[in-house]
Design a protein around this ligand. Sequence first.
Ligand code: ADP
Ligand code: MG
Length: 388
Amino acid sequence: MNIHEYQAKELLSKNGINVPAGKVAFSSDQAIRIANDLQSEKFVVKAQIHAGGRGKGGGVKIASTVEDVGRLTSDMIGMKLITHQTGPEGKLVGKVLIEEASQIEKEFYLGMVIDRSEEKIVVMASPEGGVEIEEVAKNSPDKIIKEYVDISVGLLPFQCRKIAYFLGLKGKTANKAVNLILKLYEVFIKSDCSLVEINPMILTKSDYLIPLDAKLNIDDNALYRHKDLSEYHDPDEEDSNELEASKWGISYVKLDGNIGCLVNGAGLAMSTMDIIKYHGGEPANFLDVGGGATPQQVTQAFKMILSDKNVKAVFVNIFGGIMKCDTVATGIISAAKEVGIEVPLVVRLEGTNVEIGREMLSKSGLNIITGSDMKECAAKVVESAQNS
Ligand code: ADP
Ligand code: MG
């Protein structure tokens, strides 16, 4: 679960980390009240969306007066903010963070993430923080330090000192960095994060070291033990189909391709995406209706796939084990009746009650493409998508 910057900063503050004073606002009146209370010389208005790169996209603006705060807020709320992380469709801004402006001496990058191949947490830092960090990673990776943490031992102070010196910090300021990094690691562990990214962490002109931006991702599988953090969930930030799918007990993840996939079982769903790519196609989604799906769930899954305008062909790939092939056929036929299937449909059915399922489909009058096995069907769906 991703959370907003204002929520991440609240969490950091609860854990004893100093963050810039600020509050979230949903309207310009509220933003003006917050700015009045802050009594700062300058303010920053920051769009709250689950994507980075806001600064470059016009989602972070400095305001010199309280009136400016109001004006910038009403400009920002309701706008579609496009950044390199939102995709070309952008994200609708519904709220902004009103924050005191900091006097920046230097910007650093600090990130913590789980490195699955190393089976460790890796702490990364760079003296070249700020809005250009992607360029730094690409063009001068030597400017990024990585410290791997054995989680049975935890992050050790000497590792933090190494990072602080790499960032060019000395004396008391280096100590401040060590304390901040250790505290952030504590939050990472305590809140079951899979990512904590502070970009930039800044050194202010008066020698404070503070997180100026904060991106946190909390492991969904651990949310059951963080009831307080679940409140940070923002349904506005989720793909409406993904949200709908979870209500139906279907695992659905939208992807960028044009071949809709309806599969039972996560393993088969993964190999279906692989085999589509192998044949030169791109899946439009990952969709697992589960081992024991009902016809209603299959119908719903179909509706979600077909509501994606990018879908140019659909591949149903079912291995009937617990799930029976006639259940799938019932779902396909009822979805076709309800919403109409206007794109080519390739179906590969195998397993329990396969003969009944195939017969139902052939009698349904639907225009269905079949094949002798998964490979042939994958080739056919890729070809159909290219031609449709
Ligand atoms: P994003 O990473 O989405 O672009 P940031 O929060 O990192 O958003 O803001 C982008 C840039 O805006 C920062 O690198 C910093 O230079 C400036 N900035 C952000 N917040 C403040 C603030 N409170 N005071 C002064 N400058 C800020
Ligand atoms: Mg940032």
